[in-house]
Structures are given as C-alpha cells and as structure tokens.
Design a protein. Structure first.
Lengths: 617, 160
C-alpha cells in the first residue's frame, strides 16, 4: 500500500510539472510567433517588396537573437535570460525550384527547408488579389505545386504572413547550424501558428469614385439626365463628400447605383444628400453621414512630391502662350503669362522649334506630346497655355493637344508645369499632366493614363473643363475615342501625322469603361481614365453654352480641399474641395487599379493589421 | 501437544523499526513532493506576474508617460544592466523584477532593423526580457524552496 501511495504521488507530481512546463512552452511558442510577425512587419514596412530575402544571409546576430533569411524562408532563434530557446519560422518559398508553376520568383533555399504547409504571400504592391497556397508533400518536402490547395485570396495591397512559433526543451540545443530539434529525445516541444494580414493603410481603404472635401453639386439634363456610379472590382460603389452632395435632375431616379452603393456625406453642418432638387432621405443610395475622422481615412493622399512628373533636366518647352492661327495655319509663341485674354505683346517667335518630345502639325492645329516634357519658366511666364484665334473657332475649328507614346512604348508621357496649364483645345490620348496651379481644357476630350502611373491630372489648384465653343460644337462629328488613340475629331485634316480614326466610339468607350455604357455617348463628351486630383476644386461645364456633353470617368476623382504635403486633412480649406459639374449625364466607375503609382509601391509604407488568428497548435 | 512460538521482543522491535523507517522515508518523500508540487504551482504564477509587470511598464513608455520616456527608451539599449528594476506585489506575493531591452540591429546595413527611412518612422524592434524573482508563496508555508525565478521574452515594435 505504501508503495502504491508513493507511486501514485510521483505520477501526479510529474503531471503537475508538465502542466507548468506546458504553460510556459505553449505561451513561449505564441510569443515566438508574435516576435516573428513583428520582424516581418518591420521588414515589410521598410520594403513593401520584402519576401524573406532573395539570398542566404544572417540579418540579425546579437546575444539572444539570431535571424537568418534564406531565399524567402526566415528562421529566428531567440534565447531568454534562462537559456530557454525559441524559434520562429516564416516561409515564402514554394520549394518547387526555379521557374516552375506556380512561380513565386525565388530559388529554393540553400539550408532552411521548412516542413510547414503554410506559405506566406506578399501582395502589397498589387491592385488585385493573389492566391494563397498550401504546400503539400512531394518528394520528401512540402512543396507548392500547380494543383496545390488555394484556400483563399490575399486581398489587394495586402500581405498575409504566417509565422510558426516553437518553444520547449527540445530546442535547447538548437542553433543556426543545427536548427532542427533532435528527434526522439522525449522532450517537450510546443508549436503555434499565427496568421496575420497587413495592408497598406494608405491604399487599401480607398473605396470611392468621387471625393470632395467640400460640397459636390452635379447638375444633369433636367429632362432625362442620370448619374450612374459603379465599381470595377465589385465593391459597393461609393461617392463621398465631407459636406453635402446634390445631384439635380428630373426626379429621384437620376442617381443610379448598385443596391449596396453608398453616398457618404458629412455628419456636421447640416450636410445633406439632395436628389432632384429636394432633400432626400430615401433616394437610391440614401445619404449616409459619416464623421470626417472616418472619411478621411479612405481618402487617397497624394502629395505633390510623390507624383510622377517630367524631369527638369529632360525634354523642355518654354512657358508662355502658344496661339494657333489660320490663313496660313501657324503657331505663334508669346513669352507671356496667360492672364485670361489674348496676348498683349508682340509675337516672340513664329512656329517655334519644338523639343524632341513635341511635334506640331500646323495644318491640323495639332500638338502631339510623345514623351515627358517639362515646361521651363521663361521670363515672367511659368505656365503653359494653348489658345485658338477666335477666327479659328468661327470656322468651326479648334486645336488639339494629344498625348501619345511612341510606337512600342506604353509609358504615358507626362507634361509638368511650375505654373498652370490652360488649353483652349481638346485634350486626348494617353498621358498625364501635373501643374502647380490649375489645369484647364475644353470638352470633347478623352484622356487617360496607365493604371501603374495612376495620375491623369494633378493640379495644386483647380481642374476645370470648359464647354466647347458653340461654333465648334456644331462641327464635331464623332464621339470621343479612347484606348490610346489620338481622338481626332474635327481639328483639321486626318492621317498626315499618323492619326487613326479608331474603331466604333461606343464599343471603344465601353471597353475603356470596363462595363456596358449606362448612358449613350455623344459628340461632346469627355472621358477620363485615371486619377483626377485637385487640391482645390474640380469644375466641369459641358452644357452651359447650350451643348450636350456626358462625363465618363473610370478611376478616382478627388477635390481635396487642402494639401497632403503639409499633412493637412481633406477639407481643411473651407473654400475649396468642391466638385461642380454641369453635364448631360454622368457615368463614374470606381477603379482601384488607379489608386497607386507603381513607382510609389516600393517606398516605405506603414501597414495596418486587418486580420489575425491562430491556425494550429 | 504443539505450541506455536510467538514473536520475541527483539523481533517485534525489529519489525517496528522497519515500519518506522518506511513511514519516515515515505513522509520525507511526501514533504519533498509537496515542495516540488508547490514549486510547479508557483511557476505559472511567476510567469503570469512577469507578463503583467512587463505589460504595465511597456504601456507607460509607449504612451510616452512621462513625456519623453518613449524617445529615451527607443534611443537606448540595456543588454546587461536593467532598463527597469522594481518590486511588485501580485496576488499577495512580492516579486522582484528586472527588465532588459535591446534594439535589433540589421547586420547588413549596420542600422537598426527596419531603419528609419527619411520621413518614415516608428519601425524599430526591441527584444524585451524580464526576469522576476520571489521567495514567498501566498500562504507563507514555503520552506527550503530557495528563490523562485521566471523569465518572459517578447519583441516590441515601435508602433505598438
């Protein structure tokens, strides 16, 4: 009996000791996994392209902490004050060699092959989802193969980091050279797997087709005009204002959106969502007040210093006024700053020489920009102005300013001005304009940029679209044509400078908008693709002179009302941030593909945790 | 007639001695097991106390309370001498603690890991170690157990 008593006591004591060990080991494994996540977080914030390194290097080597990165696999060995050893392991490598499908772009590790099925994914730089794979046993390793399970997608501008944390006596003898715990020692080993998803806070929250720091007022055709708002990625379509939004037309059906669409207005100062002239609380997409604090988190904050601009030392064109005249067709250059009227001084230069990035076709009153062009301040002029002789307009003609990259290139040329850009012409093609003051041009334009370049127009003051002069409007023959073509409409002859007529305008525009058209295009429409970003106001007037003009926009439109460069929130300036539009119809398609400039993807960026869970113990 | 022989006095005394030895040995082992059992019960107490103390200390510094303490914490390193030391009573047990903190260094760049790029801050990591010592158990019955000790280690990111 005594022996039985002694035996049972020792049995229970062993259990109690193991319980104590288990608490510390299991919690230690959790802490190790969290430490691994913190390590990954720091690396990802510093370098959004980080995926565990692309070589075999020791990154941290100090008492108590050693971290090695081996071609996408990360091993961390932590030692506490009592000599207890813990590990964290992160795996980006598919273990499927080089060039095999699916290909993560990494060579196999030199040393650290992890047998975990959990593979992390860095999708921070992409504006669409990426598959999450689970590795499976193959040839003695856990590999990602073409048929491997894909349990879910990693969201755009996000990364999912899966960290395995280990703790226990079995690790006591491990080190970077002998990192696997010896087998069959009967020692404790606890394992925790922690999955965390982080996202680029500056991009992932962007969710609306239209942002206005001040009031938005859109006047549609009073008889049958509509404003249609959709989203390219299937997310609930939204428009936002920190103040009121008014959409004026025939009745409450003028605002069209998906059933899950939202119209977010301010929650102070009596902000309202007005439709058809009346205060509406039950229109399609009824106004949803949101606090400024909440709304500003979703705003694209694009600083002037971050915008892709034409280099100062590259191809340059003198600032001033470029005036098109007829009989004979010619271009006159005036070294003056545009102040709202015709030039006051004599002609500085007739048919001025152009840099390699700019070609001029006098007969077509056409200026074509094929590469990045910086407008050099010259004399007292800082801005770039293109005017049309009134006699030209009287003939039903008007200039064209066209952006088109050379054959074989898809990079949209950028025109940058330290002043304003004023174009008494159409604006067409594939390009980007940045101005330290305002950008103004005429309607019947089709202008877009590449998704990776994001910005179509960036003005530190206002973006303004003027109506087509009535004398010109009656001569416009075809609807806008997009997809990088030159949009030749009526300016003059065709063909002699490489113009192409383009395919059917409706099908081209539909292809460009990425969806079937909600409104019938017309001859005086404007179409944009990209981010239209004004620190001041956005004003579009297509109808005040009696014409008919629709607005088609695919991307994001933002009237900031402040300056993100100065860390000001949207709507900081109560006098700006307004969107005012007089249009026949409008079609806005939110497209997150334009949310970020590819070049900015590699810059350090703070990340927010959007999801965290333990997967396995 | 056969008469059964009884136990002599010496035999009885010898048997009692053996039983006594067994009982004393058993008792001694039981006392030892009790002490070990108590120790294994107290270890989690110490571990949790270490967690609690560390969380409180780090909350204060990350909250920059008092002002300037966060910047000083992230600017310094305490690998061998404690950053903080003190005593705290948790669940009627007094714990003595020492906290050490070291910024992780990137061997390749020679800079702190997650180095502060121009205009981009709050991306460093510190390895934090805390050791707690205690000798009293709540009911004061500990004897001969010596100083108990528990350690706790974690990474702290500057933006937490």
């Amino acid at each position: 009996m005594v022996l039985m008593l002694i035996g049972s006591a020792y049995q229970l004591l062993g259990t109690r000791i193991h319980q104590a060990d288990n608490l510390e080991d299991s919690d230690g494994a959790r802490l190790a996994a969290e430490a691994g996540f913190r390590y990954a977080q720091a690396q990802l914030q510093k370098d959004p392209g980080w995926r565990g390194g692309d070589s075999n290097v020791t990154v941290v080597n100090q008492p108590g902490t050693v971290v090695v990165e081996d071609h996408g696999n990360v091993l961390g060995i932590l030692t506490d004050l009592d000599g207890n050893v813990r590990q964290f392991r992160i795996r980006f490598n598919f273990h499927n060699g080089t060039g095999s499908s699916p290909d993560e772009g990494l060579d196999d590790p030199d040393t650290y092959w992890f047998d975990s099925p959990f593979v992390s994914v860095n999708n921070l730089s992409n504006n669409s989802g990426a598959p999450m794979f689970r590795a499976e046993p193959s040839a003695g390793q856990m590999r990602v193969l073409s048929g491997s399970p894909q349990p879910y997608q990693v969201a755009r501008f996000s990364a999912t980091v899966i960290v395995e944390g280990l703790a226990g006596d079995a690790l006591r003898s491990t080190n970077p050279t002998q990192w696997e715990p010896p087998a069959n020692l009967g020692k404790t080993l606890s394992r925790v797997v922690l999955e965390t998803t982080v996202a680029r806070g500056d991009l992932v929250l962007i969710d609306s087709a239209l942002y206005s720091g001040g009031e938005t007022s859109i006047q549609l055709d009073p008889s049958n005009g509509v404003l249609n708002v959709t989203s390219q990625d299937g997310s609930p379509p939204k428009i936002r204002s920190l103040s009121s939004i008014g959409v004026y037309g025939q009745d409450t059906s003028v605002y069209q959106t998906a059933t899950d669409g939202k119209v977010h207005i301010g929650d102070t100062g009596g902000a309202q969502f007005r439709v058809a002239g009346g205060i509406s609380t039950s229109a399609a997409g009824a106004g949803d007040p949101q606090s400024t604090n909440k709304q500003v988190k979703t705003w694209p904050r694009l600083k002037w210093s971050e915008v892709r601009r034409a280099p100062v030392a590259g191809s340059t064109l003198s600032a001033g006024i470029y005036l098109w005249r007829n009989a004979p067709p010619r271009l006159e250059y005036y070294n003056e700053e545009y102040t709202g009227g015709p030039p006051v001084g004599p002609v500085t230069q007739l048919n001025p020489p152009m840099p390699p990035s700019v070609t001029v076709h006098n007969a077509g009153f056409r200026m074509r920009i094929t590469d990045n062009t910086y407008i050099t301040p010259t004399g007292s002029a800082t801005g770039f102005t293109v005017l049309a002789d009134p006699a030209l307009s009287a003939l039903g003609k008007r200039p064209q300013t066209i952006f088109s990259p050379p054959a074989g290139s898809t990079e949209a040329p950028v025109l940058s001005s330290d002043g304003g850009v004023y174009l008494e012409s159409s604006l067409d093609g594939l390009g980007s304009i940045t101005a330290e003051q305002s950008i103004t041009f005429q309607g019947t334009s089709a202008f877009q940029t590449n998704p990776g370049q994001s910005v179509a127009l960036y003005a530190k003051q206002d973006i303004e679209v003027l109506p087509v002069p009535p004398s010109v409007a009656s001569h416009i023959q075809s609807s806008v044509v997009v997809s990088g073509s030159d949009g030749d409409d009526d300016g003059g002859d065709s063909g002699s400078d490489g113009d192409s007529g383009g395919s059917s305008p409706s099908s081209t525009l539909s292809n460009f908008m990425g969806t079937s058209l909600a409104v019938t295009p017309g001859a005086q429409d404007i179409a944009f693709g990209g981010m239209l970003y004004a620190l001041g106001n956005i004003k579009m007037d297509l109808t005040s002179t009696g014409g008919q003009g629709n607005l088609f926009m695919r991307g994001i439109m933002s009237a900031y009302g402040g300056d993100p460069e100065l860390d000001q929130d949207p709507g900081s300036d109560p006098l700006t941030g307004k969107v005012v539009a007089n249009i026949t119809n409008g079609m806005l398609v939110y497209d997150p593909a334009y949310a970020a400039q590819t070049g900015s993807m590699s810059a350090p960026s703070p990340l927010v945790i959007t999801f965290q869970a333990q997967l396995e113990r | 007639m056969n008469r059964r022989r009884g136990l002599s006095l010496a035999e009885v005394l010898l048997a009692m001695l053996v039983v006594a030895l067994l009982v004393l040995t058993t008792a001694a082992m039981n006392f030892s097991m009790l002490r070990s059992n108590k120790k294994s019960t107290d270890r989690p107490v110490g571990y949790l106390a270490a967690q609690q103390i560390l969380a409180r200390e780090l909350y204060g510094v990350q909250d920059d309370n008092p002002a300037g303490s966060k910047a000083a914490f992230w600017a310094g390193n305490w690998p061998n001498t404690p950053w903080r030391s003190g005593q705290e009573v948790v669940n009627r047990t007094q714990f003595q603690y020492d906290i050490y903190a070291v910024t992780l260094q990137d061997v390749i760049s020679g800079e702190p890991l997650g180095n502060q790029a121009p205009g981009f801050v709050n991306n460093r990591i510190k390895k934090i170690d805390i050791r707690v010592n205690w000798t009293q158990s709540p009911d004061g019955t500990r004897g001969g157990a010596g100083i108990l000790r528990s350690t706790y280690t974690r990474f702290l990111h500057e933006s937490e």
